[in-house]
Write a protein that binds this ligand. Structure first.
Ligand SMILES: NC(=O)c1ccc[n+]([C@@H]2O[C@H](COP(=O)([O-])OP(=O)(O)OC[C@H]3O[C@@H](n4cnc5c(N)ncnc54)[C@H](OP(=O)(O)O)[C@@H]3O)[C@@H](O)[C@H]2O)c1
Length: 420
C-alpha cells in the first residue's frame, strides 16, 4: 500500500473537513483506496476553532508548505491570484497538486497544466466541479472511448435550491434568505445567482470533454434574478419547469458554451432534480445519454472528491488530463444560435393590444406557437404569455426593444426554451 505525505494550504471549511474525514475514514481509505494518508503540514495563517490538528506542523506562511517533505500539496485557500502562485510554486518543486478551486482552474488552467507537464507532476481537481460528484474522472477516464457531444446540467446548488422552492410557490427573495440561513448560499450570493459559478464549472468540463481553453473565450452567462414566481405557473401549464442550465455542446467544428435559465420539459431527467442537488447529463456516441447527480457542496462531499484525487495519485501513473490539442477550439457566436422563447408581457387591457404585439413578431418574421391572454393582474393590466417558434438570438433584444416601444406595454420578460 502506498503512503502519501500531504501538505494542506488553507484551514477553512473544506480543509478542516478533509482533515477530520481523512482521520475518521482512514480504514476504508486504506481498504478501498489502497492508500495511507499522512498529513505532514498545514498552512494556516490562523487557528480554526472548529479543528485542532494533532502532531502536524503548522506553517503560518502558506508558501512554506511546499518546502516540507511532502508528495502532494492540497490547495484549499480559494481565490485566483495567490492560489495560482502557490500551485505554480508547488509544481516547480515537483509536488503534485490537488485543488478544489474552480476559480483558479477556470482562469489559469492551461498555464497550470502546462507547468505540471513540464515538471512531470499532476494537478487533480475533482472537487472543483460539483464537489465530490465524480464528473471529472467520468469525463477523463471512464468515458475516454466515447465522443462526447453535449454536457448540460444544473451546476449551482444555490440556484437549483431557489428555483425548486419557487416552483413550489415561494418568492425569489424569501427563498434566497432561506438559502443563506440554511448555509446553502454565501452572505454575498451574487456569484451563484448571477450564473458565474455555473459558468466556471461548465468551462472546466468543456475543456476536458471538448478541448476548449482555460480560460475560455467570453461566452453568454445569465443568472436567475429576473425569474418570477408566476413564470413557474405559466411554464407548468405548458408542460415545462424552469432551471438554470449550463451547456457545452459540439456544434460542427465549433463549441457552444452558455449558462442561463431555461424552460425545460417537466418530464425530463434534469427537471426532476430538486433542491441543492447538482445534476448533469452527458451525451456520448457509445453509451448514449448518461446521468449523474449528487451533492455539489459541503465539507463531506468536497473531502470525498479530494480523497479520490489522492487515491488516484497513489495508484496510477498515467497522465490524468487529455493531451492538449494544438488546434484552438473556436466558440460559436451566441448571437447565431437559435432558440424557442417564452415571452411574458404585461400590457394594458385595451382593444387592439394583441394585434399590436403580434405585428412586432410578424415584422421580424418570428412565428408564434402559442399566444394566451391570462387573467387580469388588476383592472388595467393583463399578462400575455407567448411561446415563439425558434428564431435567431440576434433578433431577441431587438424584439424586446420593439415591444417596449409600444405605449400599451408595461414590461417584457423572456426565458429561452431548452430543446430535448
Ligand atoms: N465549501 C464548499 O462546499 C466547497 C465545495 C467545493 C469546492 N470548494 C472550494 O474549496 C476551496 C476552499 O473553500 P472553503 O469553503 O474551505 O473556504 P474558507 O472556509 O473560506 O477557507 C479558506 C481558507 O484559506 C485561507 N486563506 C485564504 N486566502 C489566504 C491567503 N492569501 N493566505 C493564507 N491563507 C488564506 C483562509 O484563511 P482565513 O480564515 O484567515 O481567511 C481559510 O483558512 C475554495 O476554492 C472553494 O471554491 C468549496
Amino acid at each position: 500500500m502506498s503512503t502519501l505525505k500531504i501538505g494542506i494550504c488553507g484551514w477553512g471549511n473544506v480543509a478542516t473537513g478533509l482533515y477530520k474525514i481523512a482521520k475518521n475514514n482512514i480504514e476504508s481509505i486504506k481498504k478501498q483506496g489502497n492508500l495511507d494518508i499522512e498529513i505532514v503540514v498545514i498552512g494556516a495563517r490562523r487557528d480554526n476553532p472548529n479543528c485542532k490538528p494533532e502532531n502536524v506542523i503548522i506553517e503560518r506562511d502558506i508558501f512554506n508548505v511546499v518546502n516540507h517533505d511532502i508528495d502532494v500539496m492540497v490547495e484549499l485557500i480559494g481565490g485566483v491570484d495567490v492560489a495560482k502562485d502557490l500551485i505554480l510554486k508547488a509544481l516547480k518543486k515537483k509536488k503534485h497538486v490537488v485543488t478544489a478551486n474552480k476559480a483558479v482552474i477556470y482562469n489559469h488552467g492551461d498555464e497550470i497544466f502546462a507547468c505540471a507537464k513540464e515538471n512531470g507532476v499532476k494537478v487533480l481537481f475533482e472537487s472543483s466541479v460539483c464537489a465530490g460528484t465524480p464528473i471529472i474522472k467520468l469525463l477523463t477516464e471512464e468515458l475516454s472511448a466515447n465522443k462526447i457531444s453535449k454536457i448540460s446540467g444544473m451546476l449551482n446548488g444555490t440556484s437549483n435550491f431557489i428555483l425548486s422552492n419557487m416552483e413550489d410557490g415561494a418568492e425569489f427573495q424569501s427563498t434566497l434568505e432561506l438559502a443563506q440561513k440554511e448555509g446553502y448560499a454565501e452572505p454575498d450570493p451574487s456569484f451563484d445567482i448571477e450564473g458565474m459559478d455555473a459558468a466556471h464549472k461548465i468551462g472546466i468540463l468543456s475543456s476536458l470533454a471538448l478541448g476548449t481553453s482555460l480560460p475560455p473565450d467570453d461566452f453568454y452567462v445569465q443568472g436567475i434574478t429576473n425569474i418570477k414566481k408566476i413564470d413557474f405557473k405559466y411554464a407548468d401549464e405548458m408542460g415545462y419547469t424552469i432551471k438554470h442550465l449550463a451547456v457545452a455542446e459540439q456544434n460542427s467544428k465549433e463549441v457552444v458554451l452558455r449558462a442561463h435559465p431555461v424552460l425545460i420539459a417537466k418530464d425530463s431527467y434534469l427537471a426532476n432534480l430538486k433542491s441543492v442537488r447538482n445534476g448533469i447529463e452527458v451525451e456520448t456516441d457509445l453509451l448514449g445519454t448518461l446521468h449523474l447527480a449528487g451533492s455539489g457542496a459541503g465539507q463531506e462531499s468536497t473531502a470525498s472528491g479530494i480523497i479520490s484525487d489522492l487515491v488516484h495519485l497513489a495508484n496510477s501513473s498515467e497522465e490524468h488530463l487529455k493531451a492538449a490539442s494544438n488546434e484552438k477550439v473556436i466558440l460559436s457566436e451566441f448571437l447565431n444560435l437559435t432558440f424557442q422563447y417564452y415571452f411574458y408581457i404585461e400590457a394594458e387591457d385595451i382593444p387592439g393590444v394583441m394585434a399590436s404585439i403580434t405585428s412586432v413578431f410578424a415584422d421580424k418574421s418570428v412565428g408564434l406557437e402559442t399566444i394566451v391572454q391570462k387573467e387580469n393582474l388588476d383592472e388595467n393590466f393583463v399578462p400575455i404569455v407567448i411561446i415563439t417558434d425558434p428564431f435567431k438570438e440576434q433578433d431577441h433584444s431587438n424584439l424586446i426593444e420593439n415591444l417596449e416601444k409600444l405605449d400599451s406595454i408595461k414590461s417584457v420578460r423572456t426565458i429561452r426554451i431548452e430543446q430535448d
